[in-house]
Each structure stands twice: as structure tokens, then as C-alpha cells.
Design a protein around this ligand. Sequence first.
Ligand code: RRO
Length: 296
Amino acid sequence: MDVAGIRMDNPLMVCSGVLGISAGLFSRIEAAHAGAVVTKSISLVPNKGYDNPTVTGVASGVINAMGLPNPGVDAFIEELGRSEVSMPIVVSIYGNDEGEFAELARRLSPHCSALELNLSCPHAGGLLAIGQDPNLVERVVRAAKEASNVPVLAKLTPNVADITKIGLAAQEGGADAICAINTVKAMAIDIYQKHPILSNIGGGLSGPAIKPIGVRAVWDLAGAIDIPIIGIGGIASWEDVVEYLYAGASAVQMGTALGMYDIDHITRIKDELDIFCASTELDYEGLCGIVRKRYP
Ligand code: RRO
């Protein structure tokens, strides 16, 4: 199948920030039959991230504030050079302004199948500010598009009043697809120690708790934009995948579930999705928007 110019065997992608870190992990993800992998978000200079604790479990989900840890663009290009997979690698990038996004796009696009612009980390003030402002989103997407020759995906935050305004701005800037959603702003307090659990205080909620928020975002975006949507948020089963596809997604990304189970969870979901497709006599593309189209 082809989603925004990315050729994938199936619509199950591994989302940014969980496993897409090293050439060795790319091979394991390909062996688990993922359609594509999105890497950890990469910046121009290395970033160590926040101090521990950076992750905590809550009811039906996980709150993280990793702090965008990554080895920086130079080291990551070397890592990409060690990759032996034929599965598409989508490199997630983040910068402080459109110039940094353009520089990252220019440096990384020769080494990947597509770029995903992280416009949405909920606890990186500058990034969240870009992702909440339609004008900035349009400018950043346009700059990255002009600097690269691979498809450019814009990953949006749910932490806005109307995600369709941001989606339309990304489309106007030339995005090839929208990824929705990143994590939802959240926090947790240790009532015995009387302090926030995460070192950063605030973080982003992922996992089953946010699935309905992601489905709603995809549904709303599908009614407003013309480019493909990649659904993200709380996907842990083949039924979750079908729900996102029915809402209007062309593909999905999984993250927290892979931490809760294992990489081979992708294989299990793909096998079950294939059985479902066979029973409905539809291919993956045939499932896209089935319910959404009934509510124009
Ligand atoms: O690294 C992080 O703390 C992080 C990122 Br870049 C992001 O986009 N979303 C998130 O929940 N955490």
C-alpha cells in the first residue's frame, strides 16, 4: 500500500519515541512485520533529556516526560547508515524554528523514506507553541517541504481547541499527511511524598485512556482535510486499528502497547487484521473511512 508516498506492506507503523532508535531495533521491528517505523525525534544537537523519573503508569495509560532525548543529527545519520532494513524508515525531527526544521530536513531526507515533523511534544514549551499556532505550523511545514525530497508528515497535538485548524494549516504548508495525535497534557502527584511524580512535573498521557481522543481527532480531520491521516493514540488490538481506519485513517502508529507487550505484538495484530480483512473481503485501503464517509 502507498500512504502519502510511503510504500508499506501493511498499515501498522511503530510510532516515534518507543523503539525507533537503533539499526538493531529497526531489524527487529521489520522482523515483526511492521509496515514502517518512525524514529525518536531528532534535533540538530544531542539532547540528554530530563532526569528520572521520566515515565509513570496511571489508570489505562502511561505519562511520560522524556525531554526529547536523542543523539543529534550527526550521530543519527551514522546510525541510519548501519540500518539493513528495506521497511520504510520515517525520521521524526524537531527544531526551535522553521530554519532548524529546514536544516534537519535537508540533512536527513537523503537517509530516510519520509520525515515526520514533531509539532506536538506536550511538555516542550517551544514545540507545543509551534503546534498550537496555525501560522507557525504552515511556515514550518513549508520550510521542511522545500528543504527535502521525501514525503513530509506533520504530527499534531491534541492540546488545542480545534485540531482541524492546525491540520488545514499543515495541508496549506504542503504536508503530505497528518499524524494525529501526540500525547495529551497530563500529570500525576505522589500523595504520600507530596510532590509530582515526574521530574519535569508535567508530561504527556498515552495508552488506552487516549484512544477515544485520537479517534475523534482523526474523525474531525477527515472531515476537514484532503491529505491522508495516520492515526495514533491507544492502539493495542486489531479492533483498535479497524476503529481508526473506519474513522478515516489510512494507517496507524502504535507505541505504548509495544512497551506493555513486546515487539511481536505487531505480528499478532497484523495476523488478526488480515483475518478480519479476509472475512470482509476488503483490503487495508478498503477499510479506510468506511464509517466516516457515511457522515459527510
Ligand atoms: O521526548 C518526549 O518527552 C516526548 C516527545 Br519528543 C513527544 O513528542 N511526546 C511525548 O509524549 N514525549
